[in-house]
Ligand binder design. Structure first.
Ligand code: GDP
Length: 461
């Protein structure tokens, strides 16, 4: 069945220098000819060669409403693999929307979310892992997150998994020959060789899986909660991280009562920051609103991917400080010892806090001292410092689940052999592992999987 010709705005909404409306499908040139008149009357849209451009007017029911450029791509040499025309009009919502409406009136259908990339995948222009990377790349804020997505778009993950599949398929063929044709003279796979190959492939998957969390942090950022009793300098730290006065800083305890949300870039990591009500015991007759704020702060501590617990280095640790420290134990938590400028040697509560925190960073938030140390501590704790953004990485929950299934099936194959089961048992596990790897790269992707991948896309991509 021939796919309909689709149209959508490919650029982000809002005012801008230009906006691009993209047509894809067999009728793209006919639709373009109805909405675009080349300035040079001798030029015909339908005859435009691929990789050429024409200047002209956009028309809607005979009325010219803008001027711009049409860029032509001939199948299969386009993003989707179909005939594609990209119409660049002046930026801004009204003009671009009118151009899309004109395209629809001229016979195009509105594109569904991710439909261009879906067509590119179905036409073999991109693998499924690369298609997933497209969305990551366009939504990346940080440079390293973008580098990560770019490596995936270049096929780094697909290459690595395909190499694994080749190794395991060769092993599977050998096992199958040995199991199915015992009368033939197929040499037996040695136990040591079999276990070595399976272990090597399992370890590679293990490494990919281990890097998933840090990759996700680079792509999407991490929810980070700032905690500490009132007046230790949480809002000052938040403002330092945000680079402007976002939270109200006052010397009166209990000023910040709500959770304030703020996204800040700390080195290569985006922190989705939640400044919270200062945590302290308010007692039964205390302020009910403050008590609710404190309850929410503790809840955030349990949910956050990163905890910055702030302490006043110039004061001895209070019971509230110790309660916070205890709650941070076992969590991805960093202790910020703030107000170093006021702290004497004997005041620093370093040793007492050590058992509860992964890292301790002395700071003077008021004077922006210690920010680099905090940046390094966060990158180290979240594993982003160790991550090579050019290397293959898993970049979606779907990929993680397939890689985990493959790793577990390989572990099962190894166990089966070590426990003395026959080669046929190992062969069954190996088939499961290969199936999971095919799911990962999308070779055997079902319609439901493809839908799942593209449902997160935006219209026009
Ligand atoms: P919060 O209640 O934890 O949000 O604390 P604030 O950020 O409102 O800070 C409380 C007070 O401590 C303010 O007067 C800040 O100027 C001051 N403060 C914050 N950080 C520092 C620091 O590093 N050194 C000094 N001397 N004062 C600080």
């Amino acid at each position: 069945m021939q796919e309909a010709t689709i149209a959508a705005i490919a650029t982000a909404p809002g005012a801008g220098g230009i906006a691009v409306v993209r047509l894809s499908g067999a009728e793209s040139y006919q639709v373009a000819a109805r909405v675009f008149c080349p300035a040079n009357a001798a030029k015909k849209v339908e005859q435009a060669k691929g990789y050429t451009a024409l200047f002209g007017h956009f028309v809607d029911r005979e009325e010219a409403f803008d001027e711009g450029v049409a860029l032509f791509f001939r199948a299969p040499h386009s993003y989707t693999g179909e005939d594609v025309v990209e119409l660049s009009c002046h930026g801004g919502n009204a003009v671009a929307r009118r151009l899309v409406e004109a395209c629809l009136a001229a016979g195009a259908q509105p594109a569904a979310p991710g439909e261009y990339t879906r067509r590119a995948f179905l036409n073999g222009k991109l693998g499924l892992t690369q298609a997933e990377a497209v969305m990551d790349l366009i939504s990346a804020d940080g440079r390293q997150g973008a580098a990560l997505a770019n490596a995936a778009l270049g096929g780094a993950l697909a290459k690595k998994i395909n190499a694994q599949k080749a190794q395991l398929t060769a092993l599977q063929a050998h096992l199958a020959a040995w199991v199915d044709f015992p009368e033939e003279d197929v040499p037996e796979v040695s136990q040591a060789e079999l276990i070595a190959t399976l272990s090597e492939q399992k370890d590679m998957l293990y490494q990919l899986i281990a890097g998933y969390g840090a990759g996700a942090v680079l792509r999407r950022g991490v929810d980070c909660v700032l905690l500490g009793r009132p007046n230790v300098g949480k809002s000052t730290l938040l403002n330092l991280l945000a680079g402007f006065d976002r939270a109200i800083v006052t010397p009166v305890a209990g000023t910040t009562r709500d959770i304030v949300e703020q996204a800040v870039q700390l080195g290569s990591v985006r922190l989705n920051l939640f400044d919270t009500a200062g945590v302290r015991e308010v007692g039964a007759d205390g302020d009910a609103i403050e008590a609710e704020g404190i309850r929410r702060s503790w809840k955030k501590l349990d949910e956050a991917g990163l905890v910055l617990a702030v302490f006043d280095a110039a004061q001895p640790l209070s019971d509230d400080d110790l309660q916070l420290a205890r709650r941070c134990q076992g969590r991805p938590a960093i202790a910020v010892l703030n107000k170093q400028d006021l702290a004497g040697e004997q005041d620093v509560p370093h040793g007492t806090l050590e058992p509860y925190f992964k890292k301790i960073v002395p700071m003077c938030a008021k004077d922006a001292v210690g920010l680099q140390a905090l940046t390094d501590a966060v990158a180290d704790l979240l594993g982003t410092a160790q991550l090579d953004p050019g290397a293959a990485q898993l970049c979606s929950a779907r990929q993680l689940s397939a890689a985990t299934r493959a790793r577990d099936a390989l572990a099962e194959a190894i166990r089966a052999r070590q426990d003395g089961f026959g080669l046929d048992a190992a062969a069954v596990c190996l088939t499961d592992a290969l199936q999971a790897l095919c799911d990962l790269t999308g070779e055997s992707a079902t319609e439901a999987t493809i839908d799942e991948v593209f449902e997160t896309f935006c219209v026009g991509k």
